[in-house]
Design a protein around this ligand. Sequence first.
Ligand SMILES: NC(=O)C1=CN([C@@H]2O[C@H](COP(=O)(O)OP(=O)(O)OC[C@H]3O[C@@H](n4cnc5c(N)ncnc54)[C@H](OP(=O)(O)O)[C@@H]3O)[C@@H](O)[C@H]2O)C=CC1
Ligand SMILES: CC(=O)N[C@@H](CCC(=O)OP(=O)(O)O)C(=O)O
Length: 342
Amino acid sequence: MTYKVAVAGASGYAGGELLRLLLTHPDVQIGALTAGQNAGSKLGAHQPHLFPLADRELLETTADNLAGHDVVFLALPHGASGAVAAQLPDDVLVIDCGADFRLTDSEAWDRWYGGNYAGSWPYGLPELGDNRATLRTAKRIAVPGCYPTISTLTLAPAVQAGIVTPDVVVVAASGTSGAGKSLKANLLGSEVMGSVSAYGVGGTHRHTPEIIQNLGALTTDPVTVSFTPLLVPMSRGILATCSAPLHDGVSAQDVRAVYEKAYAAEDFVHVLPEGQWPTTASVLGSNNVAIQVTADADAGRLVAVGAVDNLTKGTAGGAIQSMNLALGLDEHIGLPTAGVAP
Ligand SMILES: NC(=O)C1=CN([C@@H]2O[C@H](COP(=O)(O)OP(=O)(O)OC[C@H]3O[C@@H](n4cnc5c(N)ncnc54)[C@H](OP(=O)(O)O)[C@@H]3O)[C@@H](O)[C@H]2O)C=CC1
Ligand SMILES: CC(=O)N[C@@H](CCC(=O)OP(=O)(O)O)C(=O)O
């Protein structure tokens, strides 16, 4: 069977990456492509790398234009998905790349996003807890944020195994595509080039509650997350350095064993050989996550480092992995397992 797929937000970074991957997916046919202010123009004007779709016209993002598809991806700004999703039939698989349906706690939504709480959908991170089973029957899927994807996967084995106190510190450096295409003062070329800067400091970044929600599902201990994002002068990729107090008597070997066991059956998550540390370059353009972990014995902390391509496994790849599960397809179809180098 071939599934007809629409992409709303096709002119954006997440929409572009969805289309790059969907073009190689053997079980889908690419249907309607929609946008906001750029509706009416050709996709090629916004996504010059997507040659096979260059002449396709961008339509307005309306329920009518998204009708008649088996799958609808929403790659719209936060807050825009709820109203569109509400108009789509229940039997259509709707996959939201935005934040609208990620948080299960309406109070957390009010505090971190505000505006109407649209509810929560099955969470599109198959490697976490029982999510894979839930996703197999889902008709609505919330794709995780890019920082939560890598922070959660980098810390989950330790938290789930109970070898750390889940008072975690995450410092994660992201490429600029994480911010989307819209022009922001701190993203001007001359501000970003040759400099690394912190933002969302002091527990103010909206991904903090999402990371807490994910890790909190793995332990009965209270979870705290001190999250500091950094902006670095590259287009894609996130490198997350995560640490937490390690329980007494847990060695570096024990820690490695926990991680290797946790991810032994996960084809996209790679615990690297001892001594090899993740780089964003190694996962570029792929659906892979690279993780390394050790014990800092003097500080009494677990230190784990994870790398992901924010647009692939961090958004569009993760979304397609979840789509595959929900359609009953092999989870890996259409997803690159090798990166682009150098
Ligand atoms: N970039 C990333 O690494 C990640 C992004 N995401 C999420 O994916 C979503 C899209 O992000 P991203 O692609 O980076 O953002 P972009 O700013 O690059 O793209 C936004 C897209 O939404 C369209 N759009 C904007 N406003 C409206 C509107 N009112 N109605 C309909 N369409 C509209 C834009 O169309 P137009 O060109 O016409 O303005 C464009 O196609 C966001 O929710 C983001 O949080 C999630 C994880 C990571
Ligand atoms: C570098 C950069 O600006 N990154 C974005 C995160 C993008 C993302 O994944 O998150 P959402 O889907 O929740 O928007 C930010 O910090 O807001």
